[in-house]
Write a protein of this length. Structure first.
Length: 201
């Protein structure tokens, strides 16, 4: 039981962190694309593109650490050397690096998946806690208690009976947390980790 709670707590922490980084990811890739496209015709657009790739890398590193925390193994990006003698040369080297594009792909995906999974996770956990403690606070709700459709928990006996709904909801929540956390972490590892090279037969 303790191990189940610890695992669920770990998965909840991962999804909560993912919710926060998904907001950062959305802001980063939208700002980068907007600025890069709007300034592409000007010389100043070149360093903006380079800076965008650097910010992609920093932001992706947050999610590498989060995925490593859940998976129990280090997720590392494998970047090529972006150094060059000229700005154009460095820009070519940066955007020829597959990991740069994989970072961008992850930020785009994570801004949707991370936000959705994180929101669902927090909603489920809050609902379980809310139901389990309903007898303590039901009286504070307007109209004397929450409405469950088929009944109105407006008294202590009904609030206590309603609290038992937390048991099946907790089971659903545990399963949902596990699926969402590991799905998100495995997607992160596949995009943010090194590209696996195929071995020739």
């Amino acid at each position: 039981m303790n191990s189940l709670l610890a695992r669920s707590a770990r998965e909840t922490a991962y999804l909560t962190a993912g919710l926060l980084t998904s907001i950062v990811a959305f802001a980063v890739w939208v700002a980068a694309v907007t600025l890069s496209l709007s300034l592409a015709v000007f010389i100043v657009g070149l360093p903006v593109m380079l800076a965008s790739a650097v910010v992609f890398r920093w932001t992706a590193e947050l999610d590498r650490r989060n995925a490593s925390f859940l998976l129990g193994r280090r997720v590392r990006g494998r970047y090529q050397d972006h150094r060059a003698d000229t700005l154009l040369g460095r820009l070519r080297a940066t955007f020829a690096d597959r990991q740069t594009w994989r970072d961008f792909g992850w930020l785009s995906v994570h801004s949707i998946v991370g936000f959705t999974f994180g929101t669902i996770a927090l909603t489920l956990v809050a609902s379980v806690i809310g139901l389990a403690t309903l007898p303590i606070w039901y009286w504070a709700i307007p109209d004397g208690g929450p409405d469950f459709g088929l009944w109105h928990a407006g008294s202590l006996p009904l609030a206590v009976a309603s609290a038992f709904l937390a048991i099946p909801l907790a089971g659903i929540t545990v399963l949902a947390l596990r699926w969402m956390a590991w799905t998100e972490a495995l997607i992160a590892a596949s995009l943010l980790g090194p590209v696996r090279r195929r071995i020739a037969a």
